[in-house]
Design a protein around this ligand. Sequence first.
Ligand code: GLN
Length: 445
Amino acid sequence: ESLLARIERLDGELNSFITVTAEQALQAADAADAARAKGEAGPLAGLPLALKDIFCTRGVRTSCGSKMLDNFVSPYDATVVEKLAAAGTISLGKTNMDEFAMGSSNENSHYGPVKNPWDLTAVPGGSSGGSAAAVAAGLVPAALGTDTGGSIRQPAAFCGITGLKPTYGRVSRYGMVAYASSLDQAGPMARSAEDCALLLGTIAGHDLRDSTSVARGVPDYRAELEASLSGLKIGLPKEYFGDGLAPEVEAAVRDAIKVYESLGASVREVSLPHTDLAIPAYYVIAPAEASSNLSRYDGVRFGHRCENPADLEDLYKRTRAEGFGDEVKRRILIGTHTLSEGFFDAYYKKAQQVRRLIRQDFLDAFEDVDVLMGPASPTPAFDLGAKKDPVSMYLQDIYTIAINLAGIPGISVPAGFASGRPVGLQILGPHFAEQQLLNVAHQFQ
Ligand code: GLN
């Protein structure tokens, strides 16, 4: 009740929620109390949290930040939503996001931008900007986000919280509205690595309804939090400390790395030679997959439908013209172009080959070091409205995007401030190294 009152008081300004489900939350709280009284409480009984509005929630609007799904009430729960409810958590609502998770500032939402709680003139980052702002403002202790090219880690960095993108396949994508299916992954956003560990342990695991989820046991992600970091080998990718990195961000990140040295870790420089190809490869592959995934929004079965269509083609055209925002249309056009006959080999196939090289860069680096460290973003949170040109927005993703192309896990941890705005230290590990990433993040906190 106190959090619902806090949301009521503060969220008019922040705009971090699209839908607040107060009534359902209070019912779930009663159910958690009753379960506790019977000794049947789940491990997270009574924990309030928020869900990015990309996760399907039965009986509750799931808009994905789009006019296209403004009227869509999901008939089923995503696997992660089911798992969180089974553990006894209480969802307070659905958080704001860039439309279909396309963006790095949360300014592409049909429901308006979210403000950064640290500075109301700054963006919270995106696309999980609502989840990040809600946690940072103390509206909820934790939230779920998704990360296709940085959308958990970059808003976590901009809002001074901890956000983890798990290994691709660690968490089921069933019931999560698809953007780029070979990159999308859900993960926790919270105030500490320990809280992220609790949530990851709840949502991770194999799911027969998602054929890309991996059949692999889920460890107790809290078990290793206190393990010593003495002897840990840290690699600093030299490409992550080059041109374009704001000096104050670099200083904060280097200070954080010194803390690790004082904890017994050793640091060496490594190279990820194909780093400069990550943005072009991603912005071919992600729009290609998006153009295919978003073809389902045609006005026929669900979502927005234009008034009085003259015929089927008119229905498609006007529904999509009215329902999608500019950035989504841009991605559909790019994706359709790069997949079309005559361009496929030059763009899509080439991007997939480059993706392989990027993945190999990381595998080679992890032959020599345990984890990689660097900034989550080249700058702290920028001002609302500052990046009008889409390419300048895409360039923001330079340190986060390759991680999704490689499928490895990454976590952003609060590491001080630059120009009064939070800075995130990004820690990367090999596939399925979440336990180690959480240990390393926890020791800093
Ligand atoms: N900013 C990137 C994009 O717009 C990543 C978004 C995300 O991770 N969902 O595609």
